[in-house]
Design a protein around this ligand. Structure first.
Ligand code: NAP
Length: 334
């Protein structure tokens, strides 16, 4: 059986471009014991995809010539594993392709839900990352001020809405006045500050009159440096990611570390969403309740077509997504 797939033709040295990818066709290998043939429905497009091209992270690095790696919602078409059967919906470590042969161990069976895309957004890695990072690492209490960067991104939209539901004063940081307006008007944050505005440090100070207790950092770099100056003593910084550094050739900032951490007695802690897998059920129950009550909205940004996956990733790195970005490759099962 043949499939279309998108190959990483060359690894980027600086910014990622369309020329780094190539659409090709490949013959799928014959199914071996323990493997499944899957049909791709939705592929997750994440800032982390770019980080995987920089070398091994919490997972193996992508090499030139590889089909681009992704997390994807897929339908099992054929199975040689007792763990999965044809017709099952799985979230799998897969590749940018219409079809793939993968190890059944790299596929988790998903429940049938009315809206499949929610398994990728609010009930997927984005929602769980926001919940675990904020609740277990940031540990905000009602009345505290929570700031989150990449506030309109797939994780940020939930961090802010969860913090609001927990009774915090919530301030987002995002690129551009229109995006910031959307974060306040659509998602209900108390304020959102445009980090591209040269005067943004002052605006952040005004938006956080009682200082910052919890900063959920998705971007690192210059934004982290600025926020550090506004942290309250004993504040917590949740290190979730550093998207400002993924597409850059030289790392940049923050220059005030560890000085600010010492002087303000800050706790700065990184985490990976899988660290809290034992609490996933608790997270999902809480998220389901908030979605059902309307306390949390689920913005999704779905790009159509496998061939548009490179553009979708490049665009996400320059901030053209609102909420969880995905690429639709195939129809939901009927
Ligand atoms: P996303 O939806 O992929 O959005 C990324 C956003 O980052 C863009 O929309 C852009 O929005 C912003 N951005 C890009 N370049 C920037 C820069 N130079 N400075 C400031 N902002 C910039 O993001 P996501 O999926 O929510 O991921 C957010 C972070 O969480 C990433 O660092 C990712 O690696 C990390 N993550 C970590 C875990 C974990 O387990 N620790 C799990 C999932 C994700 P603007 O228009 O606002 O610039």
């Amino acid at each position: 059986m043949r499939t279309r797939q998108v190959i990483v033709k060359e690894l980027p040295k600086g910014a990622l471009f369309g020329d780094h990818f190539e659409m090709s066709e490949a013959e799928l290998p014959a199914l071996q014991d323990g493997e499944v043939l899957v049909r791709t429905i939705l592929m997750s497009i994440d800032a982390a995809n770019r980080a995987w091209m920089q070398g091994a992270t919490y997972r193996e690095a992508i090499e030139a010539g590889d089909a681009m790696h992704t997390g994807a919602l897929c339908e099992v078409m054929e199975s040689k594993s007792p763990r999965l059967a044809a017709g099952d919906i799985v979230f799998a470590e897969s590749v940018w392709a219409d079809y793939a042969v993968i190890s059944a161990r790299k596929a988790a069976k998903m429940p049938r839900v009315p809206q499949l895309s929610h398994l990728m957004s609010v009930f997927g890695i984005a929602g769980k990352t926001a919940f675990h990072g904020l609740v277990s690492v940031g540990r905000p209490v009602p009345g505290e001020t929570v700031v989150v960067s990449a506030a309109a991104g797939s994780v940020g939209v939930y961090v802010g809405q969860i913090a609001k539901a927990m009774g915090c004063h919530v301030v987002g940081i995002a690129g551009g006045p229109e995006k910031c307006g959307w974060v306040v008007d659509e998602l209900g944050f108390d304020a959102c500050v445009d980090y591209r505005d040269p005067a943004w440090s002052k605006t952040l100070k005004g938006a956080c009159p009682a200082g910052i207790d919890v900063y959920f950092d998705n971007v690192g770099g210059a934004v982290l440096e600025t926020v550090l100056f506004r942290m309250n003593e004993r504040g917590r910084i949740v290190c979730c990611g550093a998207v400002s550094q993924y597409d850059a050739s030289t790392p940049n900032g923050p220059r005030n570390l560890p000085g600010m951490v010492v002087v303000k007695r800050l706790r700065m802690e990184g985490f990976i969403v899988m660290d809290f897998a034992k609490d996933d059920e608790k997270a999902l129950r809480a998220l389901q309740n908030w979605v059902a009550s309307g306390a949390i909205k689920v913005p999704e940004d779905i790009v159509e077509g496998l061939e548009n996956a490179p553009k979708a990733l490049i665009g996400l790195l320059s901030g053209d997504n609102r909420g969880k970005r995905m690429v639709r490759v195939g129809a939901d099962p009927s």
